[in-house]
Design a protein around this ligand. Sequence first.
Ligand SMILES: Nc1nc2c(c(=O)[nH]1)N[C@H]1C(S)=C(S)[C@@H](COP(=O)(O)OP(=O)(O)OC[C@H]3O[C@@H](n4cnc5c(=O)[nH]c(N)nc54)[C@H](O)[C@@H]3O)O[C@H]1N2
Ligand SMILES: Nc1nc2c(c(=O)[nH]1)N[C@H]1C(S)=C(S)[C@@H](COP(=O)(O)OP(=O)(O)OC[C@H]3O[C@@H](n4cnc5c(=O)[nH]c(N)nc54)[C@H](O)[C@@H]3O)O[C@H]1N2
Ligand code: SF4
Ligand SMILES: [Mo]
Length: 899
Amino acid sequence: MPDSLSVVLQRTTCPYCGVGCGVEVLSADGGATVSVRGDAAHPANKGRLCSKGSALAESLSLPHRLTQPLRNGVPVSWDRALDDITARLRKVLATHGPEAVAFYGSGQLLTEDYYVLNKLAKGFIGTSNVDTNSRLCMASTVAGHKQSFGTDTVPGLYADWELADLVILVGSNAAWCHPVLFQRLLAARKSRGLKLVVLDPRQTSTTLEADLHLPLRGGSDIALFSGLLRAIAEAGAVKAEYVANHTRGFDEALAAAPDLATVATATGLSPVQIAAFYKLFVATPNVVTVFSQGINQSSHGSDSVSAILNVHLATGRIGTPGAGPFSITGQPNAMGGREVGGLANQLAAHMEFASDTDRDRVRRFWRAPNLAQKPGLKAVDMFQAAADGKLKFLWILATNPLASLPDADVVQAALERCPTVILSDCVADTETARYAHFLLPAATWGEKDGTVTNSERRISRQRAFRSPQGAAKPDWWALAQVGQRLGYGNAFAYTNAAAIFREHAGLSAFENGGRRDFDLSGAVELSDVSYDALPPFCWPWRAGDALGVETRFFANGGFFTPDGRARFIATGPTAPLSQTSPNFPLVLNTGRVRDQWHTMGRTGATPRLMNHQPRPTVSINLQDAAALGLTEGDLVRLTSAIGTAIRVAEITQDQPRGDVFASMHWNGAWCSGGAVGRVIAPNVDPLSGQPELKFTPVSLSRLLPRWQGYALLRDAPEILAHGDLPGLFWCKRPLGDAWVVEFWALPEQDGGPESHAAPDGALLLAALMGKAAADCVPLTVVDPARGRWRGAYLQRGKLVAALMLGPGPTLEQLLPFFAESDLADAQAVLAGRIAAPSAGPMVCACFQVSADRIRAAITSGEATSVEKIGALLKAGTNCGSCIPELKGFLRHADAPLVA
Ligand SMILES: Nc1nc2c(c(=O)[nH]1)N[C@H]1C(S)=C(S)[C@@H](COP(=O)(O)OP(=O)(O)OC[C@H]3O[C@@H](n4cnc5c(=O)[nH]c(N)nc54)[C@H](O)[C@@H]3O)O[C@H]1N2
Ligand SMILES: Nc1nc2c(c(=O)[nH]1)N[C@H]1C(S)=C(S)[C@@H](COP(=O)(O)OP(=O)(O)OC[C@H]3O[C@@H](n4cnc5c(=O)[nH]c(N)nc54)[C@H](O)[C@@H]3O)O[C@H]1N2
Ligand code: SF4
Ligand SMILES: [Mo]
């Protein structure tokens, strides 16, 4: 830990996406003043950061940070909390056995946290009910890899994206979700001329860059890639020697492969488009097929993965520079979780429950008294079991299941029914937190030490550069404390993260002898000092190898199946589990936006990240919107077979007809009725258990609000529980130094008010401000006949809150007054006798360049290219994440912007 007076440079890793960028943090005053920049020495990003990474310094002081253990909302000491948790655990074990105990973790845990979690649960408590949000993320890839390769391994390296002549992005919006890697790809294209094909039903910032965009029907990639196997065979492009020497099952897979006409029917693409794609694939030996959630989050996700692996195996394009299938992981440590066995069907260090030898080996290594003997409950089943009353003890770490799992009603029922729910998180206001009996304050990014593994198997250090806030502690510590209290002192006597890492490396090496690809035998003896200084490296790191050897797998076979051969898996067209119908005629697709991270805990509280897409929208195709009578900004109800959600309409050409898109981010902590998990059925892939998050039949209907309004608040609003403001739809966000809550009064039949008259705003303001309202002077202008209520709170002449219901001054007009130290004419403010131009949505988050400024520069004729925009306004010159959008502006220079 740096001492408190010096300026310190610390190298660490970004806590967001699976690209795993190196970050240099300059901190002074013991971490109170921090700035960040990309680490030029880190092989993943070579100095670049995207908009989210660049904003890390601003997101360090989170509102509603959890700084103390809470039991039923009451602060308690760590000792008290841990004693109580252990006592409850013992009781559940004695009464109901280990099957009644479950842990639900996250790809945002560090490897060390994850290792201790897995060891405690599977080895000592004896439950394999240990699953993670990775089940929602890349479980289908894990299943696909294991079936075909006999192990869960990404064969290639990021460099392959740059060395390829053809890169196919399947169900990946890398421009927004893996921005730095995407920039590397674009740079390589510029210098080497590689081709980029993108498969995505909708138009995205990624498809805008594609040489060929195939807007295939949701869930139909499996047909396309199965058909490709046949096209490869017909073109004589099978690498017979590779197939003969290193694989099994080719003939069966080929027999199942559909013809072109079948593929065209399944995908909705024209035979000409499909044939062009097949021709390009066949003709280009160096091809990397990158796949992400458009593939994984499907009820046939693991077969879709297999269909992709099949074409690479058939052509022998695997594990060579510039060729291979490439699963790109989402979370910073999704891969680390797979390495420690974080999923309910894995054991640890790439060992399997199914193998007696593996179980015995892990048992001996851990000296485990209660090693679990068979796989446990996968995420969706785990929460169903809790809702059914079968789970009595559930410990959730670093994830927000109520906001991110499908069928949120069941998740809520699970949290309500389970008698002991523990949540380890760094913030107190997540949706899940409302249901936890124990909230344990976790040290978070910048406060904790450990390692993460990125999508190319590169292990990087996360390093602390400031002290944990309040009583926050690393997750491994809390888990180890429970292990010790259960009487397993020796097994959980870790004093630091380095000790855990050494043990993890030890398990990977234990009786390995080349049987398991995950091998860190080179790190078994790592000293604390070497661990502190550990540079990023790719696994395997085998004993005797120099640190930094970068291995590709399978170019010459060597698979981890019993006979060393890969398996082809026979696949053909398979449809999503639920189909559209007259009642639910549209398909809801869900995913990510550029500047938000998951359930928004960190990014939602960062003003410049919230500017990019400030409301919970649903994107609707122009013609679909016209048919439904919807216009931009309308309030829309989405209804599926299992539930409803409310969103704000965004009308766009980017959506194909019949498809709508809503981001996964918004949830009950940030808006009411907006979490898409309320409408997504828990349909899962039978092999991987991964839910179908990208294909939900829905209907849309317009909600005509009684009135609309907003509140501006100096401080983050009090926590608003789902339904806390009956009859209203609301969403919140930070703006400048203030916070905004927008309101829509729902129609009467949706629980809204009986008349158009504005309600008593004073009550609403008090609900938003909580105790802070007490020492403020209220000032109100009420005009109910015209449906208006305007009010403000002043504290020693300073505006601290304002509420505008009905027509009145806009947010932008009001905001500047929050900065004034003595508001001379507060009445004039409320009356709206002020003007400030709107800047429009923020496009370049790094330099805060708005859409209006960019459009003005283009209209003036000065900005004719991305480079010119950069020279004039700096937009796009730092992380480059907005370059695709800048291109969109240039392309549509004459078209009106949809804000
Ligand atoms: N900005 C940002 N970046 C992130 C994250 C974030 O929250 N915000 N999260 C990280 C995480 S954990 C993950 S897992 C990754 C996810 O990264 P991605 O997988 O790239 O992100 P998504 O937006 O979930 O989905 C990608 C695309 O799949 C498309 N799609 C939907 N259905 C289909 C289909 O049937 N076939 C095909 N071919 N495409 C389809 C969607 O239209 C969408 O554009 O992002 C990581 N990076
Ligand atoms: N509809 C729909 N749903 C989806 C998806 C989708 O595409 N569509 N994508 C799915 C995917 S791929 C993913 S990965 C999930 C992500 O979904 P979640 O994992 O539920 O989302 P996060 O917001 O990342 O939750 C992480 C939590 O960990 C906390 N945290 C941060 N650092 C630490 C730490 O060091 N320790 C502890 N204990 N807590 C910490 C944060 O405050 C936050 O509350 O969502 C899934 N859900
Ligand atoms: S691409 Fe952005 S979010 Fe992902 S690791 Fe790099 S800086 Fe972080
Ligand atoms: Mo993910």
